[in-house]
Design a protein around this ligand. Structure first.
Ligand SMILES: [Zn+2]
Ligand SMILES: [Zn+2]
Length: 312
């Protein structure tokens, strides 16, 4: 099982600005020692270890979960465009393709019209969600007013299917479960089990408002998963300025999974207003909180960044 993050930002795509790039360049130059710049290899090594040489990324939600000749995609935010290009570059355009949607808010679907496989003649794409009206919600953004290519003119065959809430569904040898989330309109979290490993994906959801009501349900849903990706758009204090926005704070999830066996908890759906430094600070604060309230927990905690991968 292979997981790669293609979009980790919430709400709207946020390209790196010139000012942010310049700030990184300034820090890189200021901290470099003469030996760090002595050769191309030394420069590469310096860039590898410097916290200023990369960004968490600005594309909206898209997560690849692959195994065998199968590609599962969780959400089609702007990150999915680069996934389509990678499938071509890596010779995987013939792999079987399944798209899973948490919900149909713009930031989770707006990359879909730019996903190369939908333009492959004869290609079949299965679209899954917890709703019965996925085709309507997905095709709206390809009507006359919004996009030059019409849904009904696409050369691929896109088949939308509803997943049941109450039972697991077997797809390509994987077991897929959904969980209703707490978000305006309807949204569903996912758990995908394959070959003895599991990934849980729980965005967008506001668990921080009434945590006691759902803590056990979430802990049971993710128990044993190698990777748990959660909506942690806000820090502890900014959450309280965004109650009823449909998003959570990472600190609530740390409480939830204090005694749960998981491999890694991942902060996801970053606030578009958060700089790289602010996300890094949130991850550091979250790790400190985890050490305080869950010193016994063996799972790791990180903040999602584009191109981050896991393989089991
Ligand atoms: Zn979202
Ligand atoms: Zn949403």
């Amino acid at each position: 099982m292979f997981v790669r993050l293609w979009g980790v930002r919430g709400s709207i795509a946020t390209p790196l600005t010139s000012a942010a790039l310049r700030e990184k360049a300034r820090a890189l130059l200021a901290e470099a020692r003469p030996e760090d710049l002595a050769s191309p290899e030394a420069i590469e090594a310096y860039l590898d270890r410097s916290p200023h040489s990369w960004t968490y990324g600005g594309n909206t939600s898209c997560v690849e979960v692959s195994f065998a000749d199968v590609v599962f995609v969780l959400d089609a935010g702007t990150g999915i465009r680069a996934l389509g290009a990678a499938l071509k570059a890596e010779g995987r355009l013939a792999h079987r393709l399944h798209l899973f949607f948490t919900h149909f808010h713009w930031d989770h679907i707006c990359g879909f019209p730019f996903f190369l496989p939908i333009y492959q003649p004869g290609r079949e794409i299965r679209v899954w969600s917890g709703r019965s009206d996925a085709e309507r919600l997905l095709s709206i953004q390809m009507n006359d007013a919004h996009f030059p290519v019409k849904w009904h003119n696409l050369p691929s065959r896109i088949v939308c299917q509803q997943l049941p809430e109450e039972a697991a569904t077997e797809i390509e040898g994987a077991t897929v479960r959904i969980l209703p989330l707490i978000h305006p309109d309807k949204a569903y979290g996912y758990r995908i089990d394959y070959g003895g490993h599991a990934v849980a994906y729980l965005t967008d959801t506001e668990v921080s408002k009434h945590p006691d009501r759902v803590a056990d349900t979430y802990a049971r849903f993710v128990a044993g998963a190698d990777l748990v990706i959660v909506d942690a758009m806000y820090g502890f204090l900014d959450y309280h300025e965004h109650i009823n926005f449909g998003h959570s704070s990472i600190f609530t999830f740390i409480d939830f999974f204090r005694d749960t066996e998981i491999g890694e908890l991942v902060i996801f759906h970053h606030d578009p207003l958060a700089s790289d430094a602010q996300i890094a600070r949130l991850a550091a604060d979250a790790n400190r909180y985890k050490e305080l309230i869950a010193p016994q927990a063996r799972w790791r905690l990180s903040a999602a960044r584009e191109q981050q991968t896991w393989r089991w």
